[in-house]
Design a protein around this ligand. Structure first.
Ligand code: 4AD
Ligand code: MG
Length: 465
């Protein structure tokens, strides 16, 4: 029996130290160029940005089939991996056999380079085959791996928090309801309202906006934990930084105060950037060429320099003194808008900055009250070009203060009985934060729209694919 040659990935082939007498590759044709006596076929299999060049000799008995080797077709090639005489590549394949596995006719949309991001969003089923999206999703893959490495190296426990919950952690009311009631004739209560007590879970349920409250449960058993999963927000904001389904990483640490929390967020962001700089050079080089010329310098700068820290009160002062005309007013007690965040990170500090101690009124019920009676131990990490990338806080660990806060926010102790019991049994100072995974990807790639760093974006009015 003939020994079957094992398939080699293009990345491995291009990275070889030595030639190979016999190689098998499979992938998709990027281009084909015919010249006298030869055809040059560029093949990509997604393992790296670069294509491998295949040379098909016109004396090959099946050369008539070369017309089927078109852009977008899937092919399998056997041959010899030999030093390339061409410029810019170490290796090429001199084909001895070629099979067209799946043809692609001239209607294949990715014929030529240079399609706009908007058009490519409409063909999200094909855009991963483009250079740009190949790079984006390889970086996304590596970034996810780096997230786990960071926390696993620190002995944090990875916890899977539920996607279906009954709580609105952030209290913003941006919930997607989960229901199996018949939408046409739902059961009604005496007041004539839909009776969700009759629903699948015998209570109103929603897709989780955050895994934090459940992560807190685990932190009060395992000390240091993190979640990493999808979260959902029915927030009707059509911006370049908001998605209705996005991934979030949420560490939660017992025996940790706000300062320790800010330290960890800074270390984490730097670690992720350094990892991508080290392991995704080829992909980053494409972003640096076509997306954002200043990317590599900015990333290195962020890794090398300490982040700034400023209280919310001071940040408001800086914004008011800036002399800049903002669209939204800058008043103590108001949320920082994206333009304010960007002014602070881009113009004033010119580096990532953590704003801490926000007014109680604009933050959720679980944040720890400061002694001033006005502010809570909250923190937002802002970065140039994006604004908020991390949001977190020290949590209220005092039973009485927490039950007051619940009342203040119009929430019932009955619904949060288990959350309160964490404060009744072995309560402890604890803190955590959430890093928006897509926002982090935007930052490391320079890609300006969140729809382009997530494989299949869910945004208001949009859930194709
Ligand atoms: O500031 P947020 O709302 O904080 C929380 O959810 C806390 N429970 C986290 C915690 O303390 N464990 O969200 C955290 C981060 C934001 O800083 C942002 O990066 C990202 O999640 N984010 C979004 N990313 C994309 N689309 C959206 N609609 C986002 N909303 C928040
Ligand atoms: Mg936030």
């Amino acid at each position: 029996m003939k020994m079957k040659t094992k398939r080699t990935l293009v990345k491995a082939a291009l990275g070889r130290e030595e030639s190979m007498d016999s190689i098998l590759i499979k992938g998709w044709v990027r281009t084909r160029r015919d010249s006298k006596g030869f055809s040059f076929v560029e093949v990509n299999d997604g393992s790296c940005l670069k294509n491998i060049q295949v040379i098909v000799d016109a004396t090959w008995p099946d050369y008539a089939k070369i017309d089927e080797v078109t852009t977008g077709a899937a092919i399998s090639v056997t041959g010899e991996l030999a030093a390339s005489l061409g410029k810019g590549q170490k290796w090429e394949i001199r084909a001895s056999g070629l099979e067209v596995l799946g043809t692609a006719d001239s209607s294949y949309p990715l014929q030529k380079k240079g399609h706009g991001a908007e058009y490519l969003r409409e063909i999200a089923h094909l855009r991963p085959r483009s250079n740009m999206f190949g790079c984006i999703f390889r970086v996304r893959n590596r970034l996810a791996f780096a997230v786990h490495n960071f926390f696993q190296e620190k002995e944090f426990l990875y916890v899977h928090t539920p996607l279906i919950t009954a709580n609105d952690c952030e209290g913003a009311g941006e919930l997607f309801r989960v229901s199996s009631l018949d939408a046409k004739s739902p059961p009604l209560n005496d007041a004539g309202e839909v009776d969700f007590g009759e629903d699948f879970f015998a209570r109103p349920t929603y897709l989780a906006v955050s895994g934090q409250l459940e992560a807190e449960i685990f932190a009060t058993a395992f000390s240091n934990v993190y979640t990493f999963g999808p979260t959902f927000r029915a927030e009707n904001s059509n911006t370049s930084r908001h998605a209705s389904e996005f991934w979030m990483i949420e560490p939660e640490m017992a025996f940790c105060d706000l300062e320790g929390n800010m330290d960890l967020a800074e270390e984490f962001v730097k670690y992720l950037i350094a990892d991508i700089l080290k392991n995704c050079q080829e992909d980053l080089s494409l972003f640096a060429r076509f997306v954002d010329k200043g990317l590599l310098n900015r990333l290195q700068f962020v890794v090398d320099r300490p982040f700034k820290r400023v209280s919310y009160t001071k940040a408001i002062e800086l914004l008011q003194k800036s002399g800049k005309k903002f669209e939204f007013p800058v008043d103590y007690g108001a949320n920082l808008q994206s333009e304010h965040e960007r002014y602070l990170a881009e113009d004033h500090f010119r580096c990532p900055v953590t704003v801490y101690d926000f007014p109680k009124e604009i933050k959720p019920f679980y944040m720890r009250s400061n002694d001033d009676g006005k502010t809570v131990g909250a923190m937002d990490l802002l970065v140039p070009k994006i604004g908020e990338i991390v949001g977190g806080s020290q949590r209220e660990e005092r039973f009485d203060v927490l039950s007051e806060n619940l009342k203040h926010h119009g929430l019932s102790e009955k619904d949060y009985w288990w959350y309160l019991e964490l404060r009744k049994y072995g309560t402890v100072e604890h803190s955590g934060f959430g890093l928006g995974f897509e926002r982090m990807l935007m930052f490391v790639t320079g890609v300006a729209n969140i729809r382009d760093v997530i494989p299949f974006a869910r945004t208001p009015g949009n859930a194709e694919f």
